[in-house]
Design a protein around this ligand. Structure first.
Ligand SMILES: [Zn+2]
Length: 247
């Protein structure tokens, strides 16, 4: 008799297959990343259909077959609320999903990653009460980097450990954080960044969402935050073969 496994899950990817089937990629509380096969789940008569979806938080049950896991039950805990800002929510959810998909390749339980994914899915659901919606993605990204062991150094120069001068700050992917002007010149490395970007990074890593959600971030700082975040991610993906690089 097949063993039934039951766990909580957040779906970060879904792919349709033939015959109304669908494969869900989910991060689960007890098994880490899993791909679960939803047999005939796209049929109108499917009972499970409404209980598991992109970025939904559900309790799922599956059986482990020879080649795949097959979904046998799903109970919705929280869904991506489509009533407000659905397009923006989906865009943020897709960006977050892409990061999860690239950096988590194998089945491995991780309570800190699980906690972060549940936290972000709940924040995304309550997005109608915050102003800085796009910061949610960076909030996830940098805290996720921290959990993976790539948290950036932002207090002192990542090379010489000297206190940073707010007027000359550089971000180095290779050194894993902010470096001073002298080290940037010696290493011929680093992109000039502003104290505002470092402040946002600090608030993100302190998980101070109350302040972040009310913070006024200018266009230039937003652009710079995007550039630093994208470059850091791409650097890590390109330099580690365990990850799936998709530029
Ligand atoms: Zn330095």
């Amino acid at each position: 008799m097949a063993v039934h496994y039951r766990t909580q899950a957040v779906v970060f990817k879904k792919e349709d297959r033939l015959d109304a089937d669908r494969v869900f990629s989910a991060f689960t509380k007890d098994f880490g990343r899993v791909e679960v096969f939803g047999k005939a789940i796209r049929k109108i008569t499917s009972k499970l259909k409404s209980n598991i979806d992109f970025f939904s938080f559900s309790e799922i049950e599956f059986i482990q077959g020879k080649n795949r896991k097959t979904l046998t039950d799903a109970v919705s805990i929280e869904k991506l609320d489509g009533k407000v800002h659905l397009v923006e929510k989906l865009e943020i959810a897709y960006n977050i999903s892409n990061i999860i998909d690239c950096f988590i390749r194998g089945q491995e339980k991780d309570e800190r990653i699980w906690g972060l994914i549940v936290d972000i899915s709940r924040k995304l659901n309550n997005i109608h009460i915050v102003h800085n919606k796009e910061l949610l993605y960076y909030y996830f990204l940098w805290n996720f980097m921290f959990v993976l062991g790539y948290g950036p150094e932002i207090s002192n120069c990542a090379v010489c450990r000297q206190k940073l001068n707010p007027h000359s700050l550089y971000f180095s992917n290779k050194e894993g954080g902010v470096i001073c002007k002298d080290c940037a010149a010696t290493k011929k490395d680093g992109v000039k960044i502003t104290p505002d970007v470092v402040k946002v990074l600090r608030l993100i890593l302190e998980k101070d969402w109350d302040i972040l959600s009310k913070l006024k971030v200018g266009i230039d700082s937003s652009r710079l935050l995007k550039e630093v975040s994208d470059n850091y991610c791409n650097y890590l993906l390109a330099s580690n073969s365990n990850y799936q690089y998709s530029p």
